[in-house]
Design a protein around this ligand. Structure first.
Ligand SMILES: [Fe+2]
Ligand SMILES: [Fe+2]
Length: 307
């Protein structure tokens, strides 16, 4: 089901500013530092997306900590989220989802919705590995089940992407990575458990505008799929390492409105999907000094001078 949701400032601008954060791993006794981070997000962004591992053990008390710290955001802008593997650790994920939904968080698990002219879908995802080294469904039943779970998550992602208006920008939220590039930095032995190329296929097929994921705490911030869709690993630990001393959230400005290309929903000057859209005037984007900003397909280093 594709539901249209709009509140806050999201529906009244040519550019929708999406803040992304992941892997907060809230525990019952932690995270007072999150409050000012969420206050800043509420002041800067139109939408917040959370890419899983909201909790450390998937417990209601931990989720309560997250919701308490995130209150400034929840009161002001739409918040969308997927679960992570830690959120299902206790087998209480259904209760966790109800808790988050009751607090106003839009939970994505193969469903889709549109916020302020931007389409969103998401799934937790699963492991399986990447490219030619991906785990194959051969031999033991346990291996086949492992691969089957990965395929199921990819199918849900495809269903979500296919339900979105293809004329609008489309954002995919994942916990597990869809490409190898953004898990680089983790031990090689962990790669099959950090993501799956199966998630990349629907992203390419439906020419998503961008993908956010988490899970790979020691991974890399940016990458692109084989079809040049930008992928961002927004783990708090990745952002803290890449941008020391700055609040660990990531910002993407997505152009929306009358100039949106009918082919891809994108009017970025150098669209990652190769669409016919194009902006002839100068940059419409502002670059706040205290948040990470990526403008459409441009890499962070081009905008902020990072190498
Ligand atoms: Fe995590
Ligand atoms: Fe995780």
């Amino acid at each position: 089901m594709n539901t249209d949701v709009a509140k806050g400032r999201a529906s009244s601008k040519d550019t929708v500013r999406i803040a992304a954060i992941s892997d907060l791993h809230c525990r019952r006794d932690s995270k007072p530092w999150l409050r000012p981070v969420f206050e800043q997000i509420a002041g800067e962004a139109d939408i917040l997306v959370v890419c899983g591992d909201i909790t450390d053990w998937g417990r209601a008390g931990e989720c309560e900590v997250f919701l308490k710290q995130a209150a400034p955001v929840l009161q002001k802008i739409p918040v969308l989220a997927v679960l992570g593997n830690h959120d299902v650790e206790s087998g209480k994920q259904d209760e966790l989802v109800e808790q988050l939904l009751s607090a106003g968080v839009s939970m994505l698990d193969g469903n889709s919705l549109t916020v302020g002219g931007v389409g969103f879908t998401g799934v937790k995802g699963f492991g399986g590995g990447f490219g030619k080294m991906a785990v194959q469904p051969l031999g033991e039943g346990a291996v086949k089940n492992f691969v089957s779970e990965s395929v199921l998550e990819a199918q849900k992602l495809e269903a979500g992407l296919s339900a979105l208006n293809q004329k609008l920008p489309r954002i995919a939220l994942l916990h597990y990575a869809p490409i190898r590039e953004t898990v680089a930095g983790e031990p090689l032995e962990l790669f099959p458990f950090l993501g799956s190329s199966g998630l990349e296929e629907p992203v390419n097929k439906y020419a998503a505008t961008a993908v956010f994921h988490g899970h790979a705490h020691a991974g890399s911030l940016e990458g692109k799929t084989s079809a040049n869709v930008p992928v961002y690993n927004v783990c708090a630990s990745v952002l803290k390492k890449r941008f020391p001393g700055r609040p660990p959230f990531f910002v993407l400005d997505v152009p929306v409105g009358s100039g949106v290309s009918p082919q891809t929903g994108c009017r970025a000057p150098t669209c990652p999907t190769g669409c016919a859209g194009g902006r002839s005037e100068g940059s419409p984007h502002r670059l706040p000094s205290d948040v990470f900003t990526v403008v459409s397909s441009r890499p962070v280093k081009n905008e902020r001078g990072f190498s």
